[in-house]
Every structure is written in structure tokens, then in C-alpha cells.
Design a protein around this ligand. Structure first.
Ligand code: HEC
Length: 120
């Protein structure tokens, strides 16, 4: 059994550590939050290209979980498509350009996030 004062000190220490770790946790979750809020309407929550707004689109957004399909595009191509829109890489003009709302480092985060969705 710890003396009372040590317990107070220990719990304040844990609390302060937790508060300091918070921003790290939040920024790590950001690409997922951006994807859910901004991209999933078309790309689907799981990135399969089956979001509600993908209905009737031709071509449909690619299935990000399909590794074989996704190796066809380099990180640079994905970056360019996200930043400057589908038309910048000769793809569908339905894919909007996000360069005005996302910074380059956020876009790099999105490319990494999309790579992380590939499972099969
Ligand atoms: C209005 C619907 C829509 C939204 C919203 C949208 N996309 Fe797309 N996106 C598309 C379509 C359609 C394509 C397919 C283009 C093609 O293959 O011609 C595409 C293509 C892509 C590609 C290239 C790989 C592929 O599917 O061929 C990436 C990467 C991508 N989108 C990322 C994003 C990210 C990141 C966001 C959110 C910041 C986003 N998209 C939001 C419709 C959308």
C-alpha cells in the first residue's frame, strides 16, 4: 500500500502524461477522420469504392483494399490525383482536387492511409 501522498503524486503524474500524449494520438487518427468525413461518400468507409455517391459512377473509385489493383499506381500518382484531381492524371473528373483544403503533408498522410487499407 503506497502512502497517500505518493498515490496523489502518482495519479497526477499519470494524468499529466495522458494529457501530453493526447495530441499525438489525435494527429495519428487524422487521416482516418479525413477519409471518413471527406472521402468515404464515394470511396466507401472501408475504401472498397462502394460509398453512397459511387452509385452510377463510371469509372468507379478503385477498391483500395485490392493490393494488386493498387500497386498499378505509384505513391506519386496517388498524391497527384488527391492534390490536383482525377483529371490531372487522365482519370475521372468526378474525383475532386483537394489541394486547396489539404496540405501536402496531409495528402501524404492520405496516401499512407490508403496504402494501409490494402489487405488482399
Ligand atoms: C465525388 C466522389 C469522390 C470523392 C468525394 C473522393 N473521390 Fe477519390 N476518386 C473518385 C473517383 C470516381 C475516382 C476514380 C478515378 C478514375 O479511376 O478514373 C477516384 C480516385 C481516387 C484515387 C486514385 C485511385 C483510384 O481510385 O483510381 C485516389 C488516391 C483517391 N481518389 C483519393 C481520394 C481521397 C483521399 C479523397 C478524400 C480527400 C477522395 N478521393 C474523395 C471519386 C471521389
Amino acid at each position: 500500500m503506497l502512502p497517500f501522498i505518493s498515490r496523489i503524486l502518482l495519479s497526477s503524474f499519470l494524468l499529466i502524461t495522458a494529457i501530453h500524449l493526447c495530441p499525438v494520438v489525435l494527429s495519428a487518427a487524422e487521416p482516418a477522420a479525413i477519409f471518413k468525413d471527406t472521402c468515404s461518400v464515394c470511396h466507401g468507409i472501408g475504401g472498397k469504392g462502394d460509398g453512397p455517391s459511387s452509385q452510377g459512377l463510371e469509372p468507379k473509385p478503385a477498391d483500395f483494399t485490392d493490393c494488386k489493383r493498387m500497386t498499378k499506381d505509384s505513391d506519386d500518382v496517388l498524391f497527384k490525383i488527391i492534390k490536383s484531381g482525377g483529371s490531372s492524371a487522365g482519370r475521372s473528373t468526378v474525383m475532386p482536387a483537394w489541394g486547396d483544403s489539404l496540405s501536402d503533408s496531409e495528402i501524404r498522410g492520405m496516401v499512407q492511409f490508403i496504402r494501409g487499407l490494402c489487405k488482399k
